[in-house]
Design a binder for this molecule. Structure first.
Ligand code: NAD
Length: 345
C-alpha cells in the first residue's frame, strides 16, 4: 500500500466566500484572473472587487474547449499577466482554471458551486475538435478550496441531485479501486453517508443551508477519493458515453451508477458492506437505484437519447481502454450492463 497525502487547504462553511481574499493573499498572489460562466459574472465581479488588480473572464464552458483556454489566456495577457486563478462555479469552471494552470503552473483557488468534486483532483481535460484530452498533473490541483453552501442555494434541484450523484460515484469507485487504502475507504463511506442523507434533503428544500453544507462536505470527501485513487469501469464508461454521444455528464453518472454497482459489487463484499451501511440499504445497488429514483433523476440511457444502435461502438471503445473493475469485463457482460442501463432493466 502506498498513500500520498495531498497538500491543500480547505475552508468550509456558509458565508466563507468572504475568506477568498485572505486565502489569495496567503498564497502570495498579486494579480489573479477570476473565472466563471456568464451566469456567474455578477458574483465573480464582486469577488474580484476584493482582490485588488484582478480581472474577470466569464467564458467557462462545458468540457473546456481549447478556444476557451486560448481566450482566457488572452484575458490574462490583457491584464499584463497574472500569477494565479480563482474559479467560481462548477466542474466546467474549475476545469478551465486547471487547463490554464497546466501550462503556467500558477496556483488555483477554487470556489465550487456544484458537487462535482473536480476541485480536489489533479485531473485536467481540454476538448479540441470534439476530442477531450485528459491527464493528471499535480500543477493543476487547486491549492485552496473554499466551500460556501450559500453559493449553491440557486443551483436547481435537478442539477443539484445529478451533480451530487456524480460525487457519489467517485466514492463508490474508490471503494474498489486498485490503490484504495484504509483512509480512502473511510473517506468514501463517509462521503456516501453524507450525500445519501443530504441530497434528498436538498431536493425537499433547496434553501436548506445545512443540507447544502452537508452535500458540499460529501462532495469534498468524494473529490478527495477521486483525487487519490484510480478511476475504474464506471468513470471510463461515463467518459466514453459522454465523448462519443455528447451526453450530459452528471446525468450519465446518475443513470449508470446503480447498474455498474450491480455489476461490480458482488465481487467486492467489503465495498458492498460499506455502501450498504452508508445508504442504510439491504442491497447497495438497490439502495443507489432507490436514491436516484427518489431524487427524480433519469433512470435510463434511453431518456438521455441513447439507442441500441449506439451500444456496439461504446462496448468496443471501452474494451480497448481495458478499464479496471473487480471482476472481468467481457464483451457480453458489458453488452448486458449497457442494455440494462439503456432500457432500465
Ligand atoms: P458545470 O460546471 O457545467 O455546471 C452545471 C450547470 O450548473 C451549468 O449550467 C452551470 O452554469 C450551472 N451552475 C453551476 N453552479 C450554479 C449555481 N450555484 N446556481 C445555478 N446554476 C449553477 O457542471 P458540473 O456538473 O459542476 O461539472 C461537470 C464537469 O466537470 C464535466 O465537464 C466533468 O468532466 C468535469 N469534472 C471533472 C472532474 C475532474 O476531476 N477533473 C471531476 C468531476 C467533474
Amino acid at each position: 500500500m502506498r498513500y500520498r497525502a495531498r497538500p491543500g487547504r480547505v475552508v468550509l462553511g456558509a458565508g466563507s466566500l468572504s475568506q477568498v481574499a485572505a486565502e489569495v493573499e496567503a498564497l502570495g498572489l498579486r494579480r489573479v484572473l477570476v473565472i466563471c460562466t456568464p451566469r456567474g459574472r455578477g458574483l465573480a465581479e464582486r469577488v474580484a472587487g476584493t482582490l485588488g488588480d484582478a480581472g474577470v473572464f466569464d467564458g467557462a464552458r462545458q468540457h473546456v474547449p481549447a478556444d476557451t483556454v486560448a481566450a482566457a489566456t488572452r484575458a490574462c495577457e490583457d491584464l499584463g499577466g497574472v500569477d494565479g486563478y480563482v474559479s467560481i462555479g462548477g466542474g466546467s469552471t474549475v476545469g478551465l482554471a486547471k487547463a490554464l494552470a497546466l501550462s503556467t503552473h500558477a496556483p488555483v483557488v477554487a470556489v465550487p458551486t456544484t458537487y462535482a468534486g473536480s476541485e480536489m483532483t489533479s485531473v485536467w481535460g481540454v476538448t479540441t475538435d470534439g476530442h477531450k484530452r485528459t491527464g493528471r498533473d499535480e500543477a493543476v490541483r487547486p491549492r485552496t478550496v473554499v466551500y460556501d453552501a450559500e453559493l449553491t442555494l440557486d443551483l436547481p434541484v435537478a442539477t443539484s441531485s445529478a451533480s451530487g450523484v456524480n460525487a457519489l460515484a467517485h466514492a463508490v469507485e474508490a471503494l474498489y479501486a486498485p490503490d484504495r487504502c484504509a483512509l480512502t475507504d473511510a473517506l468514501a463511506e463517509g462521503s456516501a453517508r453524507l450525500l445519501a442523507s443530504a441530497l434528498p434533503a436538498v431536493a425537499a428544500d433547496p434553501t436548506d443551508v445545512q443540507a447544502r453544507s452537508r452535500a458540499l462536505e460529501g462532495a469534498w470527501l468524494a473529490g478527495t477519493c477521486l483525487g487519490t485513487t484510480a478511476m475504474g469501469l464506471h468513470h471510463k464508461l461515463c467518459h466514453v458515453l459522454g465523448g462519443r454521444l455528447g451526453l450530459p455528464h452528471a446525468q450519465t453518472h446518475a443513470v449508470l451508477l446503480p447498474h455498474v454497482a450491480a455489476f461490480t459489487l458482488p465481487a467486492v463484499p467489503a465495498a458492498e458492506d460499506a455502501l450498504r451501511r452508508a445508504l442504510g440499504a439491504a442491497d447497495a445497488a438497490d439502495g443507489l437505484r432507490t436514491l436516484t429514483r427518489r431524487l427524480g433523476l433519469p433512470l435510463t440511457l434511453a431518456e438521455l437519447g441513447v439507442t441500441d444502435a449506439d451500444l456496439p461502438g461504446v462496448v468496443g471503445e471501452l474494451l480497448a481502454e481495458d478499464p479496471h473493475a473487480p471482476r472481468p469485463v467481457t464483451r457480453d457482460g458489458l453488452r448486458n450492463l449497457l442494455h440494462a442501463a439503456t432500457h432500465g432493466a
